[in-house]
Write a new protein. Structure first.
Length: 151
């Protein structure tokens, strides 16, 4: 398929009270999240549209930083179907389930949301990843999770 995300840094996480930042990719975060039985890291919004979201075509992928408090930022992937629709993949800390990777951190929730726009208005920049024609959200999600699920 030509999409390989396993070495692409997606989320930058840092422990509270530290100036040190570590970069993790979605596969590392997902694998760590799945290692605790009962923890469900993936959430579709709305849940009732999961199948429709996964079937949506992807015309391009946008890696987008959003400004956060304290001069930091937060990155999301927007799988764009058109200028008026996309699916956002957003990695957020659970704040309740301790991390097995990052001391002082928490396991991640991966929120997959259907949006009636291409990117959020608070985007600080956008970095376009061109994709092969005929790609679907489900295929991109499969590439992101392939190595985390298989381990």
């Amino acid at each position: 398929m030509g999409l390989h995300f396993r070495s692409m840094p997606i989320c930058v996480l840092s422990p509270a009270r530290s100036n040190l930042y570590r970069v993790y990719n979605f596969s590392q975060i997902l694998l760590a999240s799945l290692s605790m039985s009962g923890f469900q890291p993936v959430h579709y919004v709305p849940a009732s549209r999961q199948a429709q979201m996964l079937a949506m075509p992807v015309k391009r992928i946008l890696a987008v930083p959003h400004r956060k408090a304290g001069g930091t930022n937060h990155w999301c992937l927007y799988l764009s179907s058109s200028s008026t629709s996309s699916v956002r993949i957003d990695c957020q800390p659970s704040h309740t389930v301790p991390s097995s990777v990052l001391r002082g951190g928490s396991k991640a929730n991966l929120i997959i949301s259907e949006l009636p726009y291409e990117i959020s208005t608070d985007a600080q920049a956008q970095f376009v990843l061109d994709v092969a024609p005929g790609l679907s959200v489900g295929q991109v999600w499969g590439e992101i999770t392939r190595y985390g699920w298989a381990s």
